[in-house]
Write a protein that binds this ligand. Sequence first.
Ligand SMILES: Nc1ncnc2c1ncn2[C@@H]1O[C@H](COP(=O)(O)OP(=O)(O)OP(=O)(O)O)[C@@H](O)[C@H]1O
Ligand SMILES: [Mg+2]
Length: 338
Amino acid sequence: MSDQLRTFAVEAAGVRKTYPGAGAPALDGFDLTVGRGTVHGLLGHNGAGKTTAIRVMTTLLACDSGSVRVAGRDVRTDGRGVRARIGLVGQYAAVDEDLTGRQNLVMFGRLGRLSRTGAAHRADELLERFGLTDAAGKRLATYSGGMRRKLDLAAALLVAPEVLFVDEPTTGLDPAARRDVWDAVRNLASRGTTVLLTTQYLEEADRLADHISLVARGRVVAEGTPAVLKARVGDDRLELTPEVRADADRVPGLVRPFASAEAHVADGCVSVPVTDRGRALTNVVGAVREAGVDLADVAIRTPTLDDAFLELTGSVAEEPGTGDTGTERSDVEGTVPA
Ligand SMILES: Nc1ncnc2c1ncn2[C@@H]1O[C@H](COP(=O)(O)OP(=O)(O)OP(=O)(O)O)[C@@H](O)[C@H]1O
Ligand SMILES: [Mg+2]
């Protein structure tokens, strides 16, 4: 238990990995620290390096250079020690379709060296914790995607890992199943398990994680609590849409004295970061009108994690066509410049 109070659950520094034959490195100076007992999210686009990082941290893949300690053990020199202290829920379930949910868990418990009665006891406890008691006797082939994901989580917890790695917990699940899995992850964290999860969903990271690391091109480009990351992109945004689309490019220059950071133009709409929204609204709209630019629309928006992501990974510049500021996938799926 004294171990629990010491150090970090994960400490990675300067990790590099280039897959054989690949041009660009998958990990390129990847640094990460994860506090014990926290839920930490690795958030990034397709190909950012999240799964590679998870594979290195769980000893499935050797890195080319850098250091990684998990639960206080070095992955290179004490892989066995690391493996004894972690759980991994990968992209694909490691469960048997023909067995029932309960049989699957008992099997995992036996593989984890629990006694027969110990495994059965633990299986029942976890089935209840994940709300799967009613489905315990049914074959896995009949489970929904959400139920499977929960069974995966339960399987990874049979031998109470210190650190649980979960790669994309809810990809492919419907909203109801996603919420169930979120509840399950929160439940784990409240019992002291450190959870490191990867996700492409900003909303998921926002809701689940105490800390988020934004990953792009094989490294962490920004880190903090969801609130801190949001704060990094300005307190609020004024969104101005000129009547005449061509006027949009003039607006950033006009509003510069009142903006807290450079304004962005996307799809005829100008997004102006401001600190004091009341005063800024009057000043900004006044300055724009005075310059003879008529506005079709003015809106005030509180920044979201999407803004942080786009701003900090720099990919907003790559996606000039996405004027909509919602959380839809088109905003976040674009490729990150190499
Ligand atoms: N086995 C492999 N061999 C060669 N290249 C690979 C291999 N696995 C991943 N890569 C490359 O390494 C980079 C990082 O991939 P990785 O799977 O770690 O990204 P990711 O962030 O998990 O992406 P996703 O969100 O799609 O799961 C990508 O450019 C990918 O194409
Ligand atoms: Mg991945």
